[in-house]
Design a protein around this ligand. Structure first.
Ligand SMILES: Nc1ncnc2c1ncn2[C@@H]1O[C@H](COP(=O)(O)OP(=O)(O)O)[C@@H](O)[C@H]1O
Ligand SMILES: [Mg+2]
Length: 214
């Protein structure tokens, strides 16, 4: 059992953004290959462009509250990433910022409310349903795992680990799905048999969170 009193600090949020940016850079070709199979082959390039821009902006907000940091992440993605993923990831972070305004650290319950707000923003903006083969297919199971862990009085570290595992499962579960949103939906039934690139990048959000936030 971890320490129940451990919270997510502002510095850990910065480390998380840096770790996610590094994971995107490392997986740039992989994400683009996944998108070549069912989209236009730019997801890794899009995400990497956005997060390299985020990295240049982070130092200017690193002494501000978590909401201010997440807002800059979101605004930077909206302004530097084209395609579907820029506005959708941008909305995710901007809506996370709304729940973390003025905060210098987050409890597990705060983190759950923050992820839920981000996911709600993505759903409002992109109109995807669960099972449509999109990024929400890894974010939603991750959120549900966090809630289950919190309900079972698990530590922050255990909850984050469970959310990463659930996001991984959700990512793999996109393989047989037929895409209903985004470019992959143009393929119809031919989109089945391929892992969704956005669900894959979103899994990396929760993987890196489990590694650096506890
Ligand atoms: N309406 C939507 N709602 C949620 N996610 C979406 C939606 N449309 C696309 N996506 C996600 O965006 C990913 C594609 O991102 P990207 O390749 O960067 O943009 P584009 O499709 O414009 O080339 C998809 O794999 C999917 O996960
Ligand atoms: Mg694409």
């Amino acid at each position: 059992m971890g320490d129940k009193n451990m919270n997510i600090t502002r510095d850990k949020i910065i480390t998380w953004i840096e770790a996610f940016s590094a994971a995107i850079a490392e997986n740039k070709v992989y994400l683009t290959d996944l998108d070549s199979a069912i989209g236009d082959g730019d997801h890794g390039v899009n995400m990497d462009r956005g997060f390299q821009a985020v990295l240049t902006k982070l130092p200017s907000v690193s002494n501000q509250d978590i909401g201010a940091i997440l807002k800059v992440v979101g605004m930077t993605l909206v302004s530097t990433v084209g395609g579907a993923s820029g506005p959708l990831y941008g909305t995710f972070f901007i809506q996370m910022a709304r729940k973390t305004n003025g905060k210098l650290e987050l409890t597990l319950d705060d983190w759950i409310a923050t992820i839920e707000s981000g996911l709600d923003g993505v759903i409002r903006r992109g109109k995807a349903n669960p099972g449509d083969k999109t990024m929400i297919d890894s974010i939603l199971p991750a959120l549900e795992a966090l809630k289950t862990a919190a309900g079972n009085d698990k530590s922050l570290a255990e909850a984050l680990s469970a959310s990463a595992q659930a996001a991984h499962q959700g990512m793999e579960d996109t393989i047989p799905l037929v895409a209903k949103r985004g470019r992959a939906s143009y393929l119809g039934e031919r989109s089945a048999g391929h892992q969704d690139p956005g669900a894959t990048s979103s899994y990396l959000l929760f993987k890196t969170a489990a590694e650096v936030l506890p």
